[in-house]
Design a protein around this ligand. Structure first.
Ligand SMILES: [Zn+2]
Length: 204
């Protein structure tokens, strides 16, 4: 799927936002090792020095979960069916009391969409996971609905049908009038169909 230019730019910005902490720390630590390596690790054993350097340089990746924090993708398609999985979670919660803690069991619902992409591919994507006794939106999606998800956002928006008068913004989730081309909240281009016509594009 070809994206409007402003959404493409947004995806690139999101990737940089998620990468920069790791990149900057890694560069900083690398420079520190290059210039002050002997001060930081004052050992005459080369092997030990190398292990120390590797451990230090691995820290930014461990703390920022880079590159795993980048895993996501833009997708769209028609829902084939909606799958709701209910599972039990056992969680140990430490308490302030002397007895220490207790194990609590609760149920969570996970919502998966089985989607047929415009290219005819069948994909399964998780859209929601949460405790069963809390407010949930399990009936938001139905078979036949067209959906769109933009890389790095938390939402999977429903694309408007002919009869719909509103469209949800794929970036911020705000509801907009269908005739609008850009979101009134965030100014991003509104995606209304899989096939994008460049005339309505918001060139920012
Ligand atoms: Zn918006």
């Amino acid at each position: 799927m070809k994206l409007p230019k402003d959404l493409e730019k947004r995806v690139r910005q999101t990737i940089w936002q998620k990468s920069k902490t790791c990149v900057l720390w890694f560069t900083g630590l690398l420079l520190l090792i290059i210039f002050f390596g002997d001060v930081v690790f004052p050992t005459k054993y080369v092997g030990m020095k190398i292990v120390g350097y590797i451990l230090v340089l691995a820290l930014p990746f461990i703390f920022t979960k880079f590159p795993f924090n980048l895993i996501d993708e833009t997708y769209c398609g028609t829902i084939e069916h909606v799958e709701i999985k209910t599972s039990t979670v056992n969680e140990f919660l430490a308490t302030r009391f002397r007895e220490g803690g207790a194990t609590y069991a609760y149920k969570i619902n996970t919502l998966y969409l089985h989607i047929i992409t415009p290219e005819g591919e069948c994909i399964r994507r998780k859209v929601f996971s949460g405790q069963t006794d809390q407010g949930q939106f399990l009936d938001t999606y139905h078979a036949g609905d067209k959906v769109f998800h933009l890389y790095g956002t938390k939402t999977v928006v429903l694309l408007p049908t002919e009869a719909d008068e509103h469209v949800a913004c794929a970036v911020c989730g705000s509801v907009n009038e269908k005739e609008n081309d850009v979101c009134r909240e965030c100014g991003c281009t509104l995606v209304k169909d899989f096939i994008w016509s460049e005339e309505n594009e918001n060139n920012v």
